[in-house]
Structures are given as structure tokens and as C-alpha cells.
Write a protein that binds this ligand. Structure first.
Ligand SMILES: Nc1ncnc2c1ncn2[C@@H]1O[C@H](COP(=O)(O)OP(=O)(O)O)[C@@H](O)[C@H]1O
Ligand SMILES: N[C@@H](CC(=O)OP(=O)(O)O)C(=O)O
Length: 819
């Protein structure tokens, strides 16, 4: 039985240096079990260099000879290190002949100031014609028998020199014939990219066409496998230069691979799969730099399973051509009239959308083809334009066609919806849409400037199946910093749970650090000092206009001014998470407007951290109300500070001592009078009241203040100094309570009245508020539904750590709600 063939293609990146060429030799299996065909591209960059030389010749810059000189030198240098000594002379002569001819052609181009496609093909195929014999000689230098073959004798094409069409039948015969003369144990090194017409005139298979050469040979030789060696480990879920997290797709169907290539994934030439699919020959894409990586296998695959998107790609620098007002009924053969000429002119069309009512047609083509497309269509539709059946043919550049490639997309309900929702959230405007023509692709046209945002958002949502959200923190004090620390610690774990939380902003009262590409949470607070100055208006404006996907702004300040701007952020589609009680203390009308802004912006407004220290009271109340529970009353020990102070006094501590301890333990506000006055309790209760639908204002609350009258208006230092003056009175008051415990209790009655003050609570009398440990808080919710069994929340009062954790939980919830 004859040995089976395998074809391996090494791209320009894999033959970029002599060392890489030696790698080609190492990666080629030993003789014995198979016949080895190696297709090579020009040395990396050489095709581009030859094209640049042509341009210099056309422009008559006088440099084309120098350009050619350096290309030539690169090959002479390679020859000196790769080729066995005895062969150097003859091979140098062969190469010289190539460069001499190219030099003459370039001179001709310079003379004529133009380069026809035919001449261009003759020049740029020199890269492959020079690399193949050098690579073959490198094999021989390593003791491996090798011959080189010029594919212009193997690949028969038509005369479209830039991107020729292959005559597969003729090619098959030529290839089989040629290989009869190649010794079976020899490695055949074949020039990629090159073909020729029947008359022997050189053509090319189009840029990156060596992949295609490899599969043409593979198909013609009924190869066992074709391997494309490149500089990445297979076909990735996106272009790694745009999405560093892109990962290798282990298996792909021929169809999906072809779609990816068609829509710009440079790793494969669009036509590569064609010669293999019928014969079901597998194609493997492997990495010369990491040969042990499994890479990607493209093969006959039944894309079973539910519809899914595996990869995202884009054709950049595209243009949209609109044929408007075709009144399509009047132009029944419109499709033929439009697509026929474009096919003839070899203008690839990446997307087609037709609006039926006025019969307008929208096509996406390469920007470079736009003018030609418009001219062609105007000419072919001249009569209709004159008659007014067609109103116009116009092109608009600056577009990109983004394609999501996968399997069974036609049978996946909701997939397209999610795709466009994802683009919407990434603030990418979609200009045209195409789906349905292929089961593998949904494509749409966007502004080229939005292409990267679109690709990264779609890749995150579909290929990685993750939610991506961005966080900006206003307030870089104790709480803001704790939150950043926690965020930094939790980021990886959240990512493992499919949530990519990225810090993009940090602001204090005078500066804003903003980077949509992401900030490091651990260093952001220090970096803030060097960030540009920004007042609150500027911060809000920049964050509201940030145009990043799922932005959650955390207001970690106690500032009323910041609270007053929540509505602006929410309205702009930015979620707000906050423990800021100034926000919940807003007058009723402002509160309502803020919530209306959240509805308008379709984003969550979450403030679980403002009350109940993460016990989940706000969310629970919301659920109760939604499910029809009538809340009759709420009572609670809502202040961790007051819980601490009173519990400590019951254990014998002096009032001033207990307040100071609470302050030192970090429970109090910077000025403890805020806590002692009961205002904090009133704010929390009004927040809860508003959640259950009551119109209350914290200003109306009746509060007992624990701040001694004489110390209300004095400076903070004086307050601390004179606090012990009240110690005796407190000692007496505590002692006077016979049984039970003194706690600072806040109550919300059914009508919305709020009262708060120190009172004795007794466990034996059934109060759930008794027996709390220092700083513990508790909330009791009485509802009609639960009757005598109120809902009880109890836990430690808020510390900065607890509050930071509640904020992070709310950030996660906000991200999930913004699906
Ligand atoms: N989806 C993708 N998967 C893998 N590589 C991609 C993808 N999209 C773009 N690329 C780019 O294609 C490059 C490989 O193509 P190319 O430079 O033509 O290689 P070669 O010179 O080996 O033919 C990779 O280095 C990568 O940057
Ligand atoms: N050398 C040709 C053909 C080719 O396939 O190259 P590469 O394998 O480096 O993409 C080009 O640059 O277009």
C-alpha cells in the first residue's frame, strides 16, 4: 500500500528567522510512516516588503532598489546559515536569478508608474519562490532528504492574479503527476500562495493564501491530515491581539471555521476549508512556538447540542453601501442586478440587509471596495435611477462587520436578543443586522470605532459565558478603601463564578482616576493622588458618559451633595450602590425622583448597606411588599453604636467611657453625636418605611437625643472633654430600671409615625430586642400575614468591613440585574 500523505504548512511567522526554519525541520516527522509535504510562506514580512517596494516604484521615490536590496540580503544571510556548504553556490545563483528578475520588473513599474495585477503577482510571489528552496536546503543540512517544488507548476488557476480561482480538477492531475517524481521518503517543500494560469503565468491565491495551497495539495493527494503551523495555539475564540483572554477552540466544523476566516480571523484563509470538506480530511492548527499544545482540529463535525456562540471576529475598515428607495416591486430582479456585478467585480459582500417597505438595500463591503461598489451599482442601475425607481446609491465608511460564530444559531431562541442586548449595554450602536443565512453566524455592522468594544463585550458574554461589570467608587476614605481591598481579594473568586468585576474609577472630592481598561484595586487609592482634578460635576459627567458595559457606581461617602447626584447617574444607565444615608434621607419628592431615574435608566439602585448591616432587611421588605404582605409595624435596635453604649453601661461602664470605646472600635460616625442624637436611627427607619410604601420624612421623627443638651453645639474636642459630666445621670438612669435592659429602640407605627428613644426591653415580656450583645442590632417586622410571629433579623452592627462586604454583595446583585 502506498504511504499516506500529510501536508504541513508553515506561515511567515514560522519561517521568520533561520532559527525558526530549523524549527520547521524539527517539527517535521521522520520518514517512514507517511509522505511529507511542507508548504511554506515567504519569510515573515517579505510579502509586505515586496508590496512596499512596488509602491516606491509606482511613486518613483527612488527607493525601490534599496528595498529590494534589503529583502535580498535577508535571504543571503539565511542562506549562509541554513544551506549546506556544498550547495550554497548553486542556490545563491538560483536566488540571484529571482531577485534580478524582480529588480527588472520593479524598474519597469517605476518607468510606467503603474503596476498591473499580473506584474504584481510576478513580484510578490518571489517571497515564496525564495523561501522554499532555502527551507529545503535546511532539511538537507539536517540530513533529511528534501526537494523544493514551485507550486506554479501544481496549482492551476484562472487569470485573476490578485486572488485567483483554482481549477481543482486540473490541479489534482498536476499535483499527482508531480508527486510521482518525488521520492517517497523525501520531504517536498512547496511554495505557498502561488499558482499559475494555463499559459504558465504566475498568479496568487490572495493574501495569506498559503493556507489554501496546503489544503489544495491535501485534497489533491487525499492526505491523511493537513496541519497549519502558525504562531498561536489554534483558532482562538477571538483575535488574541484584541482579546488577550481568548482561548483555543479545540474542535470546529468546516463551516464554522470558514465563517470565522471569512469574517476576518486572520489565522485561516477564508478558502482554506474548501478542498477538505468533501473528502472529510481533518485540518489541524498548531503552534510552532508551543508544539505540544493540542491546537484546533477542524473536521467533519456534527455540531450537535443547543445553539451556541463560540467565537467572535470582525472585518474592520468596512463601508455600508445603501441602495435606497428601490421600490423593490418595480425592480424584481434587484438581487441579481446588485449581486451579479459585485460578484463579477470580485467585491466580497459581508452583510446584506433589506428593508421591505421602501425596498432599500444595505450592503457591507471593505472600505477599499466602497467607491468601486458605488460606481458599479450606479452604472448597472442607471436606468432605474433615471426613472426614479432607485433613489440613490451611497457609501458610508468607518464601519466594521462583527460576526458571532457558533453552531445551530438558527434554532436558539433568545440568542440574537442576548447578543444585541450585550452590544446595547456596551453602548455599541448597531447599524445593520444579518442572521439566518448561515447556521453558524450572526453578523452586524457597527462603527469601526466601536468594533473593539463590541468584540470584547460579545466575547465575554458568549465565548467566556461571563457577566462583565465595571465598578467606580466615589469616596476614598476608610470605607472606600476597605471596599477596594475586598474587591481586589474577591476578584478572582468572582471570576471563577463567571462574573468579571473590573474597577474602572475612583474619585474623591477633588480628583477622578478613570480608566475603562481597568484599574488595580490595591494601588488605585495611591494613584488617585496623581489623577486629574475633578469636582463633583466633572465626576458625575465622566461616569455618566463612560460608555462602559454595566457600570456600577458606589457612593461610599456620607455626602448629601453626592447623594443628590444619584439620579443623574441612574438616568444615564449607571447603577448606584450606596450606604450613604444622606441619600435615603432625601425629601420624599427627591427620593421618588431618584427611583424614577433608576426606572428610566433601567438600572438598579441598591442601598442594603444603609440599614441593617447586611442582614438583608431592605431586600426582604421589598419581597414582602411584592408578595402582598401588609407591614404593620417595624421596631428595632438599629444603631450598632447605641447598642454598644447601652449594653456596656448595663455592664457597669461609665457613659463617656462607653461612647469612647464605641468610637475607638470604629462603630460611630466621626462625630458620635450623629449616632447619639438618634438621627441615624430615624434615617434608617424612614428608609424602611419608604420601602414598605409609607410616605415618611425623617425630619418628622420624634427622637430622644442622648447628646447632653449643653454639648449639642460645641466643638467636637469640647464634646469629648465634657462628656463625663453626664456620667452620673446615666448611672442613675440605668440603675433605676428595675429588670429588663435599656436599649435605644426605634419604632415605626402603621401610619408612618416614627419614634425612637432609650427604653427598657424585657425578654420575659416577649421582646425580641432584649439580650443583644454589645453592638448587636435587631429588627422586628410585624406583618398581617405573620401575625403573632414577627420576622426577626439580628446580627452584628455595621463596621467598615461589614459595610464593605454588603456593598460588594450589592455590586454583584446590580451586575446580575443588569443582564
Ligand atoms: N480567532 C483567531 N484565532 C487565532 N489567531 C487569530 C485569530 N484572529 C486573528 N488571529 C491572528 O492571526 C495570527 C496568525 O495568522 P498569520 O499572522 O497570518 O500567521 P502565519 O504567518 O502563520 O500565516 C495570530 O498571530 C493572531 O494574531
Ligand atoms: N506570503 C503571503 C502568503 C501567506 O500565506 O503568508 P502567511 O502564511 O504568512 O499569512 C502573504 O503574506 O500574504
Amino acid at each position: 500500500m502506498p504511504l499516506p500523505f500529510t501536508v504541513a504548512k508553515f506561515g511567515g511567522t514560522s519561517v521568520g528567522t533561520p532559527e525558526r526554519v530549523r524549527g520547521v525541520v524539527r517539527l517535521t516527522p521522520e520518514a517512514g510512516s507517511e509522505r511529507r509535504v511542507v508548504v511554506v510562506s515567504a519569510f515573515g514580512g517579505v510579502t509586505d516588503d515586496l508590496l512596499a517596494a512596488i509602491q516606491h516604484a509606482v511613486d518613483r521615490t527612488g527607493e525601490h532598489r534599496d528595498r529590494l536590496g534589503s529583502i535580498r540580503k535577508r535571504h543571503t544571510d539565511a542562506l549562509a546559515v541554513l544551506t549546506p556548504e556544498g550547495e550554497r553556490g548553486p542556490l545563491a545563483e538560483r536566488l540571484d536569478a529571482i531577485w534580478t528578475q524582480v529588480g527588472e520588473l520593479l524598474d519597469g513599474v517605476s518607468l510606467l508608474r503603474e503596476c498591473t495585477p499580473r506584474v504584481r503577482a510576478a513580484i510578490i510571489t518571489a517571497g515564496e519562490r525564495a523561501s522554499a528552496p532555502l527551507v529545503a536546503s535546511a532539511f538537507r543540512a539536517a540530513g533529511v532528504e528534501a526537494v523544493d517544488l514551485d507550486a506554479s507548476g501544481l496549482v492551476r488557476t484562472d487569470a485573476r492574479f490578485d486572488e485567483a480561482t483554482v481549477d481543482m480538477e486540473a490541479t489534482r492531475e498536476l499535483v499527482r503527476e508531480a508527486f510521482e517524481n518525488v521520492p517517497p521518503e523525501a520531504v517536498a517543500v512547496v511554495t505557498g500562495f502561488v499558482g499559475s494560469t494555463e499559459d504558465g503565468v504566475r498568479t496568487t491565491l490572495g493574501r495569506s493564501g498559503s493556507d489554501y495551497t496546503a489544503t489544495i495539495l491535501g485534497g489533491a493527494l487525499d492526505a491523511r491530515e493537513v496541519v497549519i503551523w502558525t504562531d498561536v495555539s489554534g483558532v482562538l475564540s477571538a483575535d488574541p491581539r484584541i482579546v488577550p483572554e481568548a482561548f483555543t477552540l479545540p474542535r470546529l466544523s468546516y463551516g464554522a471555521a470558514a465563517e470565522l476566516a471569512h469574517f476576518g480571523a486572520k489565522v485561516l484563509h477564508p478558502r482554506t476549508m474548501r478542498p477538505l470538506a468533501n473528502a472529510r480530511i481533518p485540518l489541524r492548527i498548531a503552534n510552532t512556538l508551543a508544539p505540544e499544545d493540542a491546537g484546533t482540529t477542524v473536521g467533519p463535525m456534527d455540531d450537535a447540542g443547543p445553539g451556541r456562540i463560540d467565537a467572535v471576529t470582525a472585518v474592520r475598515s468596512a463601508a455600508l453601501v445603501r441602495v435606497t428607495g428601490t421600490a423593490s416591486l418595480e425592480v424584481p430582479d434587484l438581487a441579481a442586478r446588485v449581486f451579479g456585478p459585485l460578484a463579477e467585480s470580485e467585491i466580497p459582500v459581508f452583510l446584506v440587509a433589506q428593508a421591505s417597505a421602501e425596498g432599500s438595500l444595505c450592503l457591507a463591503v471593505r472600505e477599499a471596495d466602497a467607491a468601486r461598489t458605488v460606481a458599479t451599482l450606479r452604472q448597472r442601475l442607471a436606468r432605474e435611477i433615471e426613472r426614479g425607481d432607485v433613489l440613490g446609491v451611497e457609501a458610508e465608511g468607518g464601519a466594521a462587520v462583527v460576526a458571532a460564530v457558533g453552531a445551530h444559531l438558527e434554532g436558539a431562541p433568545g440568542l440574537a436578543g442576548r447578543l444585541f442586548a450585550t452590544l446595547g449595554r456596551a453602548h455599541v450602536n448597531v447599524r445593520a443586522i444579518a442572521q439566518g443565512a448561515s447556521a453558524h453566524t450572526i453578523s452586524c455592522a457597527v462603527a469601526d470605532a466601536d468594533a473593539v468594544a463590541a468584540i470584547t463585550a460579545l466575547h465575554e458574554a458568549f465565548a467566556l459565558r461571563r457577566i462583565r461589570a465595571h465598578v467606580a467608587v466615589i469616596g476614598a476614605g476608610t470605607l472606600g478603601r476597605r471596599l477596594l481591598r475586598l474587591l481586589g481579594e474577591r476578584q478572582d473568586a468572582l471570576l471563577a463564578g463567571d462574573l468579571n468585576l473590573r474597577l474602572v474609577g475612583l474619585a474623591n472630592s477633588s480628583r477622578l482616576l478613570l480608566d475603562p481598561a481597568g484599574l488595580e484595586p490595591s494601588t488605585a487609592p495611591d494613584a488617585l493622588a496623581g489623577a486629574p482634578e475633578a469636582d463633583l460635576d466633572a465626576v458625575v459627567e465622566r461616569l455618566a458618559g463612560a460608555r462602559v458595559e454595566r457600570l456600577v457606581v458606589v457612593d461610599a461617602t456620607p455626602s448629601g451633595a453626592v447623594a443628590a447626584r444619584h439620579a443623574d447617574l441612574l438616568r444615564a444607565g449607571v447603577a448606584v450602590v450606596t450606604p450613604n444615608k444622606a441619600a435615603t434621607a432625601m425629601p420624599l419628592e427627591a427620593w421618588r425622583q431618584t427611583h424614577a431615574a433608576a426606572r428610566e435608566g433601567e438600572v438598579p439602585y441598591l442601598y442594603e448597606a444603609a440599614v441593617g448591616a447586611g442582614l438583608g432587611v431592605v431586600a426582604r421588605l421589598r419581597d414582602l411588599v411584592r408578595t402582598g404582605a401588609r407591614v404593620l409595624a417595624i421596631e428595632g435596635v438599629l444603631s450598632g453604636t447605641l447598642s454598644y453604649v447601652l449594653t456596656r453601661m448595663r455592664a457597669g461602664a461609665r457613659f463617656s467611657e462607653a461612647v469612647r470605646e464605641a468610637h475607638e472600635a470604629g462603630y460611630t460616625e466621626p462625630d458620635p453625636r450623629e449616632d447619639l442624637s438618634g438621627r441615624d436611627v430615624a434615617l434608617k427607619l424612614s428608609l424602611l418605611a419608604r420601602e414598605v410604601g409609607l410616605d415618611v420624612n425623617p425630619e418628622d421623627a420624634q427622637l430622644e437625643s442622648l447628646v447632653p443638651d449643653a454639648l449639642r453645639g460645641v466643638p467636637l474636642a469640647t464634646f469629648w472633654e465634657r462628656l463625663p459630666e453626664s456620667d452620673d445621670a446615666w448611672a442613675e438612669r440605668i440603675a433605676a430600671v428595675g429588670g429588663g435592659e435599656v436599649q435605644y429602640v426605634g419604632r415605626l407605627a402603621e401610619g408612618g409615625a416614627i419614634r425612637a428613644g432609650a427604653e427598657a426591653v424585657r425578654a420575659e415580656a416577649g421582646s425580641l430586642l432584649a439580650a443583644l450583645r454589645p453592638s448587636e442590632i435587631a429588627i422586628v417586622v410585624h406583618t398581617e400575614r405573620t401575625g403573632d410571629h414577627p420576622i426577626f433579623f439580628q446580627g452584628p452592627g455595621a463596621s467598615a468591613d461589614v459595610t464593605a462586604a454588603v456593598l460588594l454583595a450589592d455590586i454583584v446583585r446590580a451586575a446580575e440585574l443588569m443582564r
